[in-house]
Design a protein. Structure first.
Lengths: 324, 192
């Protein structure tokens, strides 16, 4: 019989005590992580709130004041950048005004219903199959609220993981992180303070600036032509990704129509663009925040893959694109 | 910025500036943000064109800081006939200034040029060129790629808020668009 050394026994006892003490906390948060994701989806769609969000990406932090209300299914919200150029984004349903006080300009855009601060989060519609595991990790505290931490872990190196802290009372996401293979947070959004279910008045959502004399710009709508049968395909598609849409459209910066194929595994998205090469040089790899891109040449076409996935994933998409 | 300074900066990032001139430039860099920006652009251009991650100027600076650290005097190395205050303080002040100037320059340049983590690599088979070459508009995050990112964001997860909050931002978009005021003025000016 092997005898444990006293120090080792003490450590094991401490670890056992820690496990026993932590277990009730996780149980209090509820046992099924998918139910928490369901609750989160409903909370994001229905909760009024006002707070300050900190967004950290690429080693930079920026703070935003956010007011958000939903009534009769219509989202109204106002985001105010707390640093830099004083950008304000005011949304009324699908119409969005981006106000740049320094330039005395307003850019008018049309967003769709899914464009929210949390639109990159998984919805309850997503079924986590062989590509991800979802689990409750522990209880925690964010912005003074008790939360439950949900971890979504990929099974392979072709996608990022997520950590989501949900308010225990409402299921509202108070903090989110995009996680790389080494467990580092590539990007995170976190409420520094928040008041949930707050009554937001119409006057609260008005611009902070007098914008009558500002210049107004309209972002033209994209002219997209759906393609039923694309002549392009991916030879070596990472597991779980499937085609969501195939379109052709003329982009600013390109003379001819560009083919655009969107892939998704239910959580991560990758776009592949195929454009006739105009002879200009281009960067093979590029990175903006957690979004990576990889461009390569194929038979006189520039093939570019873009997405919030690891660099190896966009490289694989781009390099395995083929004419059918 | 005059041509002489531009040439000096170019030589500096290529590691070809004489030591005494480099020292003066370092001091100026530590005090002149515009100049640091210019050097950062030279570095970024050079790295993009060469597709490499090494920058001679930065390495030289780093070596200089290391050398300064290694040769920093300890109390026992200082001559005995120097007054105690001067023995300890004067060399340290000199070291501190040199190291600070170099570190400010390194830190500022690395921040602006993204030396460590953003090294775009060229595709398309272009030959490497000199740092002194003017920045081709299509080298770094080219316009087509910027539009592709935008389309992806809109199509994929509808991350419009995120897109709008990144430095890809609105200003460039505004520059490309004609304002409604201008359209109205053109309409009014047009003959019926």
């Amino acid at each position: 019989m092997t005898h444990l050394q006293p120090e080792r026994s003490a450590l094991m006892l401490l670890a056992l005590c820690g496990t026993l003490l932590a277990a009730p906390a996780v149980q209090a948060a509820g046992g099924d992580p998918h139910e928490w994701l369901d609750r989160m989806t409903i909370a994001v769609e229905t909760t009024n709130y006002e707070g300050t969000v900190i967004r950290i990406s690429d080693g930079r932090a920026e703070a935003l004041k956010v007011l958000h209300t939903v009534s009769d299914g219509v989202i109204r919200e106002k985001l105010i950048a707390q640093e830099g150029n004083g950008l304000e984004i005011i949304r009324n349903g699908n119409e969005v005004h981006c106000i740049l006080p320094e330039r005395k300009s307003v850019l008018v855009e049309a967003w769709n219903d899914q464009s929210t601060l949390f639109s990159t989060l998984p919805s309850s519609d997503i079924r986590f199959g062989s590509e991800y595991d979802v689990a409750i990790v522990r209880e925690d505290r964010v912005a003074g609220h008790k939360t439950v931490l949900i971890a979504i872990r990929p099974h392979d190196e072709f996608r990022f993981g997520h950590r989501i802290w949900l308010d225990l009372g409402t299921g509202f996401p108070l903090q989110t992180q995009l996680i790389d293979a080494e467990g580092r947070a590539l990007e995170q959004v976190k409420f520094a303070d928040i008041t949930l279910n707050k009554e937001i008045l119409a006057s609260d959502l008005a611009p902070s600036y007098s914008i009558e004399n500002f210049k107004w710009y309209n972002q033209p709508r994209r002219k997209v032509t759906p393609v039923v049968e694309s002549r392009w395909g991916i030879e070596d598609l990472p597991t779980g990704f499937r085609v969501i849409s195939t379109n052709e459209e003329v982009l600013p910066g390109s003379e001819a129509a560009v083919s655009h194929i969107l892939f998704s595994d239910g959580l991560a998205n990758v776009s592949v663009f195929i454009a006739a090469h105009d002879g200009k040089n281009f960067a093979e790899t590029s990175k903006v925040g957690a979004s990576n891109s990889f461009s390569t040449m194929l038979d006189g076409f520039r093939v570019t893959a873009v997405g919030e996935v690891p660099p190896a994933t966009v490289e694989r998409f781009a390099k395995s694109t083929r004419l059918r | 910025m005059n041509e002489a300074i531009r040439t000096q900066l170019s030589a500096f990032v290529d590691g070809e500036l004489p030591e005494n001139e480099a020292e003066l430039l370092l001091r100026r860099l530590s005090q002149d943000a515009e100049l640091r920006q210019q050097v950062a652009e030279f570095i970024a251009i050079g790295r993009a064109i060469r597709g490499d991650s090494q920058v001679t100027g930065i390495d030289k600076l780093r070596n200089r800081v290391s050398a300064a650290l290694e040769t920093a005097p300890s109390g026992g190395d200082v001559a005995d006939d120097v007054p105690v205050d001067d023995r300890l303080v004067r060399p340290m002040i000199g070291f501190a200034i040199a190291a600070t100037v170099a570190l400010v320059a390194i830190f500022g340049l690395r921040q602006m040029a993204g030396v460590d983590d953003q090294a775009p690599q060229l595709a398309g088979g272009e030959e490497p060129a000199s740092y002194t070459q003017q920045q081709p508009e299509d080298i770094l995050e080219d316009e087509l790629l910027r539009q592709m990112r935008r389309v992806h964001d809109e199509s994929a997860a509808d991350q419009s808020i995120k897109s709008r909050l990144t430095s890809l931002g609105i200003s460039e978009d505004l520059d490309e668009l004609e304002s409604e005021d201008e359209e109205d003025e053109e309409d009014e000016a047009a003959p019926e």
